[in-house]
Design a protein around this ligand. Structure first.
Ligand code: FAD
Ligand code: SIN
Length: 524
């Protein structure tokens, strides 16, 4: 089957949906998403979205906090641009129907998280992402120019490569003509020709065993762009959230929002002692890389698998009103957060690097944009400031939409593109080959490429990845396509990029901490 659209969007989280609403007046839009429409990291966002709303906060303060969290590797021009657009983008989100918590006087009830010098997080209790996803999807479903394909899987971007041309990474004239999309029900791959394509496929937390990310986060978009010879950067900066609920075997790990620390909760060790001040004067609200590393150290010292977050001394009525999701989840495990400390452990949470984009979210491939967690815009540097990712997605989807609307009128479909060829491919009858490799991959990444790294650990990871890469490519080349096999292949590809980029960075900085290199400098 062949289809032609003006705007193809891969992913239905905040990045994909907000872009769709902007371009829909200017042509035919298709959103392809591999699960149900609302299944995305966006849906699970708890803390909220950072933005400057009132004094005493200011753009300058938010810019400064972002730069400090990023440990010197943010692109300051991009930080200034994104933060100064925060107020407008958030107002737009509200116009699309998102509701944020308010004080009695009607002003927004602004929360605080690690690394923020002011209260500036707009939220909907502790279910902000669910509310955003609800509002955006409702508007998208009403728009007659937008088609939404659920449970369809984007396999590969279409470029000159599919016309038989040889292309090299970073080459200036690579062009994207759309994407090949797998229908898992029929096992057929459909050709979608698109004048412009947006990758909004989210992050890659599932390359680790313990992650807060839903199962969809397998780095597909990043791997697709890398295979299409586009540029990917900063993949070594994987953010571990300091506080996921310690509940062995639960997947994904349930997040205990940093907003709870912003509300006053304090990290404690097994002796019941607060420990963060030993590591950083900002205590439990230091930037995430510092808190996660400190917890890791405390766990290694005590030999325990978790530390505690203590909220027992806070106003219990306000606590359960503000964090109903966390309260209910903990209670379901017989932990009453009003009376008992919460066992917490760091978990892989956010992919700071990704597809390299410019200020208009253009990738290094023509007619291809990327926005949200799959992209690397320069906003986060070596460590993302809490609640800046929903904002980043809104800013870059807005800017790419404006750019794509201007350019789409000059772009023609390329009708010479061939359909997907699966001649001679066989059904893979041994799922074990996929599930076992998936588990090996998560084990390699969790053991050797986690919060603390070393040259030796990274080399071990690279050697082991080489083996499963070769085995999986062999299986892929002879099999009829299947979602799990494609996800595994993408996850291996993304893991390789994380390890390679970590090995190239000869220093400890932000989220990349190596025992072989001293940290560059102190940040505060
Ligand atoms: P996502 O929302 O992840 O959407 C990706 C979409 O792409 C999904 O629809 C997926 O199905 C689709 N997709 C992926 N691959 C394919 C494929 N091959 N084919 C078709 N479709 C595909 N950030 C904040 O700023 N504030 C917070 O409070 C916050 N809390 C968080 C809490 C949790 C538990 C998690 C996991 C993350 C949190 N984050 C938070 C991070 C933030 O939620 C994400 O970075 C952001 O939502 C990413 O949005 P996105 O649109 O880029 O991707
Ligand atoms: C949280 O609520 O702690 C998550 C915020 C984020 O990841 O930005």
């Amino acid at each position: 089957m062949r289809h032609s659209v003006d705007f193809l969007i891969i992913g239905s989280g905040i990045a994909g949906l907000s872009y769709a609403l902007k371009v829909a007046e200017y042509g035919k839009v298709l959103i392809v998403t591999k699960s149900r429409a609302n299944e995305s990291s966006t849906k699970y966002a708890q803390g909220g979205i950072a933005g400057v709303m009132y004094s005493p906060d200011s753009y300058e303060k938010h810019i400064n906090d972002t730069l400090i969290a990023g440990a010197g590797l943010c692109n300051e021009k991009i930080v200034r641009m994104a933060i100064s657009e925060s107020t407008d983008r958030i107002k737009e989100l509200i116009d699309w129907g998102t509701s944020f918590d308010k004080e009695k006087d009607g002003s927004f009830r602004l929360g605080k998280e690690g690394g923020h010098s002011e209260n500036r997080i707009l939220h909907h209790k502790d279910k902000t992402g669910k509310e955003i996803e609800r509002a955006l999807l409702k508007s998208v479903k009403k728009h007659t120019n937008i088609a939404l394909w659920e449970n369809k899987f984007a396999v590969d971007l279409i470029t000159q490569h599919h016309l038989g041309h040889i292309i090299n990474r970073g080459q200036a004239d690579i062009t994207c003509y759309g994407a090949y999309i797998l229908d898992p029900k029929t096992k057929k791959v459909e050709t979608v020709l698109a004048k412009t394509t947006l990758i909004a496929s989210g992050g890659a937390g599932n390359v680790y065993r313990n992650t807060t990310n839903p199962p969809i986060a397998t780095g597909d978009g990043i791997a697709m762009v890398y295979r299409a010879k586009g540029m990917v950067e900063n993949m070594e900066f994987i953010q571990f959230h300091p506080t996921s609920l310690y509940n062995p075997g639960e997947k994904p790990s349930f997040l205990i929002s940093e907003a709870l620390r912003g509300f006053g909760a304090i990290l404690k060790n097994h002796k019941g002692e607060p420990f963060m001040e030993k590591y950083d004067k900002r205590g439990s609200l230091a930037p995430r890389d510092i808190v996660a590393r400190s917890i890791d150290k405390e766990m290694k010292k005590s030999g325990k698998n978790f530390v505690f977050l203590d909220a027992t001394f806070l106003d219990s009525e306000d606590l359960i009103q503000s964090f109903p999701g966390i309260y209910a989840k903990c209670l379901s495990l017989s932990i009453d957060i009003r009376k008992e400390m919460i066992p917490v452990v760091p978990a892989a949470h956010y992919t700071c690097g990704g597809i390299k984009v410019d200020e208009n979210a253009r990738t290094t491939i023509s007619n291809l944009y990327a926005s949200g967690e799959s992209s690397s815009s320069g906003l986060h540097g070596a460590n993302r400031l809490a609640s800046n990712s929903l904002l980043e997605a809104l800013v870059f989807s807005h800017r790419s939409a404006k750019d794509a609307i201007k350019r789409v009128v000059k772009i023609k479909h390329n009708d010479l593109i061939p359909n997907w060829d699966d001649e001679g491919k066989k059904l893979n009858e041994e799922m074990l080959l996929i599930t076992q490799t998936q588990s090996e991959l998560q084990s390699i990444m969790s053991s050797y490429v986690s919060i603390v790294r070393s040259n030796l650990r990274l080399q071990r990871a690279l050697d082991r990845l080489g083996l499963i890469y070769r085995e999986t490519e062999e299986l892929y080349n002879k099999s009829v396509l299947d979602v799990q096999l494609c996800e595994l292949r993408n996850s291996i590809n993304v893991s390789y990029l994380i390890v390679k980029m970590a090995m190239q960075r000869k220093e400890s900085i932000g989220l990349h901490y190596s025992m072989d290199f001293k940290p560059r400098k102190k940040r505060s």
